[in-house]
Design a protein around this ligand. Structure first.
Ligand code: SF4
Length: 364
């Protein structure tokens, strides 16, 4: 396991902005021709869980220094930036963290983002990824504020395995109650993300599949990834999605189905008996970089163009300067235009230990 001293952002990890030229509002494409469609915004670097693949307690322990509030983007700054990104082609915003429901008054931010109208007149599609620890209590308010859907992280159905993955003394029953509450208020279908780690929770694959089959919710299995620099990732701990599909398909036959939209992260499989679908997210064994349309804003306003980035661009400085929206939009277009990320295609034993930005800081 890596050392405890993690300076998440230091001078060395900020890239200078590429040359900026005036740009008209409209779709921006990167060097691989990929449009910018999805914006993931991390609203806090804090979490009440310590998932071993994301925020291991050995590193994010009791004396870990989280970002002070004044360094976080304010709701007004997030909304301003989201409007600028919307003018450049962003159609969907996913709120992440850490655990986004820990950010006080997040409903207020959701109201502000839900009010964004896209250039084609449509409303911004607003989703959120949560560990559901607060979802049962907050589901109604989130829905009323304008949230469309939620994705819930759940890595097992039995408390001991759940704790082995999330290092949190938190009952699975409360996560399931959060999913039911989201369903009851119309934040559905709920997507459920299960990270699978060999030797820890692969025995939960079939019970999870059976639990959510026919529920209307979509369970997705995520290959264990070398995100950040602290989760001790090894290829040996990865269970390829093909193995998961074979395991489930042997008992509950599956058929592949087309993506809902270009760039969808999960590969979709439908139960042959018509009782719903599952997904697999295979960043390690089946890279999907060629259709990646995701940009990420960190809790303190750094723009990253890949989940496995090692450096980012400081947009908080621009927001807190006298730069106009037009100038900031030009900077967004310049950054995306210069993008050629495709980490999952070049992943190797040499790249895995690179000091990549932590997932708990920029969201999954
Ligand atoms: S590795 Fe980077 S470029 Fe590839 S899909 Fe993931 S975020 Fe996109």
């Amino acid at each position: 396991m890596t050392d405890r001293v993690i300076a998440l952002v230091d001078a060395g990890r900020r890239k200078p902005l590429p040359p900026v030229a005036d740009v008209a509002p409209g779709l921006t494409r990167d060097r691989l021709g990929r449009p910018m469609r999805d914006l993931r915004i991390s609203v806090t670097d804090r979490c009440n869980f310590r998932c071993t693949y994301c925020m291991p307690r050995e590193v994010f322990g009791a004396d870990y220094r989280f970002l002070p509030h004044e360094q976080l983007l304010s709701f007004e700054e997030i909304a301003r930036l989201a409007n600028i990104f919307a003018s450049q082609g962003i159609e969907k915003i996913r709120l992440t963290g850490g655990e986004p429901l820990l950010r006080r008054n997040i409903e207020r931010l959701i109201e502000m983002l839900a009010a964004i109208t896209l250039p084609d007149g449509k409303a911004m599609e607003l989703t959120l990824t949560t560990n559901a620890s607060l979802l049962e209590r907050k589901a109604r308010a989130l829905k009323d504020a304008g949230l469309k859907r939620v994705t819930v992280s759940l890595d097992a159905l039995d408390d001991p395995t759940f704790a082995a993955m999330n290092d949190a003394k938190f009952p699975v029953a409360k996560v399931l109650a959060g999913i039911d509450a989201a369903d009851a208020v119309g934040l559905a279908p709920v997507k459920i993300n299960m990270v699978v780690k060999r030797g820890v929770n692969e025995h939960s694959i079939l019970p999870m599949a059976k639990r959510f089959k026919g529920s209307g919710h979509v369970l997705r299995f995520i290959e264990f990834m070398d995100v950040g620099a602290t989760n001790g990732w090894r290829m040996d701990d990865v269970i390829p999605s093909s193995e998961i599909i074979r395991l489930i398909g042997a008992q509950m036959p599956l058929d592949p189905i087309d993506p809902n939209y270009p760039g969808e992260v999960a590969e979709r499989w439908r139960y042959r008996d018509g009782s719903g679908e599952i997904g697999v997210i295979s960043s390690v064994t089946q890279a999907f970089c060629r259709s990646c349309t995701r940009a990420r804003i960190s809790t303190e306003g750094m723009l990253y163009t890949c989940l496995f980035a090692t450096t980012g661009y400081d947009f908080r400085a621009l927001l807190r300067s006298d730069k106009s929206d037009t100038e900031i939009r030009a900077a967004v277009a310049a950054v995306w235009g210069a993008r050629d990320d495709h980490y999952s295609e070049i992943r190797s034993a040499q790249t895995a230990p690179q000091r990549k930005i932590e997932m708990s800081y920029i969201g999954g």
